[in-house]
Write a protein that binds this ligand. Structure first.
Ligand SMILES: Nc1nc2c(ncn2[C@@H]2O[C@H](COP(=O)(O)OP(=O)(O)OP(=O)(O)O)[C@@H](O)[C@H]2O)c(=O)[nH]1
Ligand SMILES: [Mg+2]
Length: 408
């Protein structure tokens, strides 16, 4: 990799210089203001410095076909895409440190935060123990015969609620005959079927050549909206060869916009930044020649009414065809359900993120029975563009139950 420094009067001039000299593959590592010239620190001119990097290895040819278990986007320019996205991410973090986020990074706040988090998780644990004790005397427990109790416990250890676990085993019991309740292979096969039956509602994005499809991603803060848009935009533009545009209505990220644009240039996708709902509408109208327009929105706390109304104002102007509510598997179920309740009227689909970070994905099943929106995608890592999969009932069932039969 070759690293090169560029300086100039402004970012736009330097960006064109970089593009001329290094081509669109160049990745921005750092952007900052510097003082140059002058005497003893006086009369120095303020300039912009951009540090770039370019891969000198021969390029990997795009492989259009070949979907894999880990995601369909594995081969194409992956390194360049990753680096560009990481550069964007770094800039974003830098900005967060320099601004409001700074406070929360002080050591004393970290300790307080830790204590708060621990207390919160202890309370949650106590809450689930109480729920479990209550569940022990539930009616369904008595209805499920002894050989099936271990399966109820298995589901509970996977994170499924006791109530739903009992319901599932009740169905298994009714579909098998008594002599089969001891047969682990038959019980597990039937259980997989029962779980998949609760996960049938899946649907991915299907762009059409004839009409632009506008897709907005919304959701609570930090759940992975921007990362998922990066993965989707790269996937659709590079693998599916679709004409894609990306519009960000997240004004908090303005400092990182150049990086986002560089990321867009590498994957061949224009990036527009808008400040107002009207600006969003104009940006969409300008990109009407595209097959797909992705809109990234700022993370919104479901408890913050003003922020929610701002989001609604953006969506009212944009009138997206699909609005995907992004939910993280690391959020506890009651909070997931609260967020769902708050966002559901704005949303048409769900995207479930950070599956790789949770050890008990069983609670996703409880989430799904509490929601009626189709699940579009599952994400399982931070890597752009690789860590994303289209949702299917089988994949969801595998998340809930794990890979193999626990009782053989
Ligand atoms: N482990 C893991 N991390 C993820 C995944 N998706 C996103 N992340 C990480 O989650 C963090 C937040 O991701 P963002 O994409 O910025 O989330 P966001 O929803 O856009 O955040 P806001 O815009 O601040 O609301 C980043 O560190 C991402 O790398 C995933 O599937 N798995
Ligand atoms: Mg974001």
């Amino acid at each position: 990799m070759r690293v090169k420094r560029f300086t100039g009067e402004n970012v736009t001039d330097i960006m064109s210089k970089i593009k001329r000299e290094l081509g669109p593959e160049a990745v921005i590592l750092q952007t900052r203001q510097i003082k140059e010239g002058g005497f003893l620190g006086f009369f120095a001119k303020t300039k912009v410095e951009i540090i770039t990097a370019i891969e000198e290895k021969p390029q990997v040819k795009p492989q259009v076909s070949g979907t894999s278990q880990n995601g369909p986007l594995q081969t194409v320019k992956t390194d360049a895409i990753k680096k560009a996205y990481e550069a964007y991410r770094e800039k974003e973090n830098e900005y967060a440190m320099e601004n409001t986020g700074q406070e929360s990074l002080k050591p004393s706040n970290i300790a307080e935060q830790d204590l708060l988090e621990r207390t919160k998780s202890e309370l949650q644990e106590m809450h689930s123990i109480l729920k479990e004790i209550k569940g022990h005397i539930s009616k369904e427990d008595k209805e499920n015969p002894e050989p099936l109790h271990k399966w109820v416990n298995f589901l509970i250890t996977r994170g499924v609620s006791r109530e739903l676990s009992n319901r599932l085993l009740y169905r298994v019991k009714n579909e098998l005959v008594e002599g089969q309740w001891d047969n682990s292979v038959l019980v597990f096969e039937n259980l997989k079927k029962q779980v998949a039956n609760l996960c049938t509602n899946t649907q991915t994005i299907r762009p059409r050549k004839s009409k632009t499809l506008v897709v907005a991603l919304v959701g609570p803060t930090g759940v992975g909206k921007t990362t998922t848009i990066g993965k989707l935009a790269a996937g659709f533009s590079i693998i599916e060869k679709r004409k894609v545009a990306l519009v960000t209505a997240d004004t908090y990220r303005v400092a990182a916009v150049e990086q986002l644009r560089t990321f867009g240039e590498i994957i061949g996708v224009p990036v527009e930044v808008v400040m107002t709902p009207e600006g969003l509408k104009e940006a969409i109208d300008e990109q009407r020649d595209k097959e797909l327009i992705f809109i990234d929105t700022a993370g919104r706390s479901p408890h913050h009414d003003l922020h929610m109304s701002e989001l609604e104002a953006f969506l009212n102007k944009a009138q997206p065809d699909l609005t995907m509510l992004v939910m993280s598997a690391t959020t506890n179920l009651p909070d997931q359900i609260k967020a769902f309740e708050r966002f559901k009227d704005l949303s048409t689909h769900l995207i479930l993120t950070k599956l790789d970070e949770s050890f008990s994905l069983g609670s996703l099943l409880d989430l799904l029975v509490n929601t009626d929106l189709p699940v579009a995608y599952l994400t399982n890592g931070q890597d752009v563009p690789d860590d994303i999969d289209a949702a299917t009932p089988e994949k969801l069932a595998r998340c809930v139950l794990g890979e193999g039969n626990p009782n053989v």
